[in-house]
Design a protein around this ligand. Structure first.
Ligand code: BJW
Length: 254
């Protein structure tokens, strides 16, 4: 029988936390059946990021890039958020202040009920005009026309996501660093902690005095800095932490 992970010390910290930040990556959606990028079965093991997730790739071959994104939209459309996403949505009502930051583009946090989500790398259900920069929401799978064209000016539309070599929205990024440097605890869930600038958020939080909680079946470059490391799947450990937290908060109220 596998031992239940010890959450006692973490629950003690959480029960006194005023502001909790959670920063998620592809691993939170892995148990929903969404491929990650860098694991054994990761997308970047089968496909070259340079050919599919850079502005140069899109300029050279928009058809191929759209084929990749249409395929992924199809997968995401068929899947559902898992218990990990649901706990993170519930936590909006638990802590005095709570912020959810994600590198994911799948929209699963919102689908699970999270109201405030800071999306660092955009959203696959949004399209952006390459000429005018206008952003529209679009959930068609498959798209009626691929690659899609802007209904207003006829220019190519692209996925509203952040590719390698592109800057993140300065407003979103500034907010993410601000929240991270204000929190008492930062959870880092399901990210290889490899891609910048997202990987720097927990370090900024720790520098400002926050505790780092890492949830990932595998160690990452962040692991040596983590105050709590859970080598577990997010969909399993988050409900467990939530359960223990509920018990403690209930006792405190009584
Ligand atoms: C589980 C689990 C379960 C499995 N439960 N866990 C400084 C130094 C060096 C380079 C740079 C730097 N600053 C910028 C760069 C360049 C670059 C970069 O970081 N490169 C690195 C590869 C080194 N960054 C950029 O280009 C960024 N732009 C930028 O900084 O602009 C300014 C600038 C540009 C150039 C130079 C300098 C400055 C933009 C980054 C955009 C990333 N885009 C992508 C694609 C988005 C659209 C799409 O999805 O198609 O974003 S790449 C891909 O990686 C995607 C992800 O959001 C991102 C992060 O991946 P994530 O989420 O960590 O997933 P994985 O697969 O890596 O890890 C999953 C983890 O889950 C694993 O650890 C598993 O173990 C775990 N797991 N099951 C919990 N059940």
């Amino acid at each position: 029988m596998t031992e239940k992970p010890d959450t006692k010390a973490l629950i003690e910290v959480l029960s006194h936390a005023n502001h909790v930040v959670v920063s998620t990556g592809a691993g939170i959606s892995a148990e929903s059946g969404i491929p990650t990028f860098r694991g054994k079965e990761g997308l970047w093991k089968k496909y070259r990021a340079e050919e599919l997730a850079t502005p140069t790739a899109f300029a050279q071959n928009p058809n191929l890039v759209w084929e990749f994104y249409e395929w992924r939209r199809g997968i995401i459309a068929e899947k559902e958020p898992n218990p990990g996403h649901k706990v993170l949505a519930r936590w909006e009502n638990i802590f005095p202040a709570y912020s959810l930051i994600t590198q994911n583009i799948d929209g699963f946090h919102q689908k699970a009920g999270s109201k405030n989500v800071l999306e660092l790398h955009g959203n696959i259900w949004k399209l952006r005009c390459t000429e005018e920069g206008t952003i529209t929401e679009n959930h068609e799978t498959p798209l009626k026309k691929s690659p899609p064209l802007c209904p207003d000016c006829g220019a190519l539309l692209r996925p509203h996501v952040v590719w390698f070599g592109e800057s993140l929205s300065p407003t979103v990024l500034q907010k993410a660093f601000q929240l991270s440097s204000e929190c008492n605890v930062i959870f880092v869930v399901g990210t290889s902690a490899f891609v910048q600038p997202a990987a720097s958020l927990p370090l900024a939080a720790a520098e400002a005095g926050a505790k780092i909680v890492e949830i990932n079946p595998d160690p990452t470059p962040l692991t040596p800095y983590a105050d709590f490391s859970f080598r577990e799947k997010a969909g399993q450990i988050l409900p467990l932490i939530d359960e223990e937290l509920k018990k403690t908060l209930r006792t405190k109220k009584e």
